[in-house]
Design a protein around this ligand. Structure first.
Ligand SMILES: Nc1nc2c(ncn2[C@@H]2O[C@H](COP(=O)(O)OP(=O)(O)O)[C@@H](O)[C@H]2O)c(=O)[nH]1
Ligand SMILES: [Mg+2]
Length: 216
């Protein structure tokens, strides 16, 4: 008799994440999981990204994770084709099973992109595959230029890194060379997008990356 043993929580999560990815692949939906500290600008980035994609005829859905409230879903409700809010009620990251439940409630037909805004946290989301095709780790200048080094597990598996609030760089004395020096030791494959959701600077390059990756 063959006995299957699920070794740990992460293994069970990974199996469900693979199912999520298969479902998204079958529907032709490309999924991006955005992680950062609270306040880096994840929702702001989606507020800019989703209408820009819609203007190119590309429809997006969002799954947004927070401990409580539907505030981010309300911010994105009029912009995205579909929005689902997951309240983790204390959980510090989303899991593949929560995303599977959210996917069951989404109509994937006609969607090109699914964005997952993970719970604001630089530690817990790192180990949990949700079934995404790309993982985006976000930083913002007010957090300080040492955060990639301190929270390296978030940046190790990232397919892209976003540095937001770039228009504040001088006022804050943010030293970009410290970030890039740290990233040389953590992740040299991921492109870094310096942008500002406030001024719009740098958003075109980010949008071009989203378009090119999805097509591939
Ligand atoms: N100055 C500045 N503020 C920003 C920028 N992007 C977002 N914010 C502000 O940062 C705060 C947190 O943004 P939010 O999108 O809610 O972050 P989230 O918690 O990561 O989803 C809000 O007050 C935003 O208006 C930016 O590029 N520049
Ligand atoms: Mg948010």
């Amino acid at each position: 008799m063959k006995i299957n043993v699920v070794k740990n929580v992460l293994e069970a999560n990974d199996a469900l994440a693979a199912e999520n990815r298969e479902k998204l692949d079958a529907a032709g939906v490309w999924c991006v999981n955005i992680t950062s500290a609270p306040g880096s600008g994840k929702t702001s980035l989606l507020e800019k990204t989703i209408p820009a994609l819609a203007a190119k005829g590309l429809a997006s859905a969002v799954i947004v994770g927070d401990l409580q409230t539907t505030r981010d879903a309300e911010r994105l409700g009029n912009l995205a084709a579909q929005v689902t809010q997951i309240n983790t009620e204390g959980g510090c990251h989303l899991t593949a099973s929560q995303v599977a439940a959210a996917l069951a409630g989404l109509d994937l037909k006609g969607l090109e992109y699914l964005f997952i805004e993970n719970v604001g946290n630089m530690v817990c989301p790192a180990g949990f595959d949700l079934g995404e095709h790309a993982r985006v780790a976000m930083l913002s200048t007010p957090e300080g230029d040492d955060k990639a080094a301190k929270y390296n597990t978030l940046f190790l598996p990232a397919d892209a890194i976003v540095l937001n609030k770039i228009e504040l760089i001088e006022a804050l004395g943010y030293d970009k060379s410290r970030l890039y020096d740290d990233l040389k030791k953590i992740n040299t494959a991921a492109p870094v997008f310096e942008l500002s959701c406030r001024t719009g600077e740098g958003l075109e390059t980010w949008l071009a990356w989203l378009g090119a990756k999805r097509t591939r």
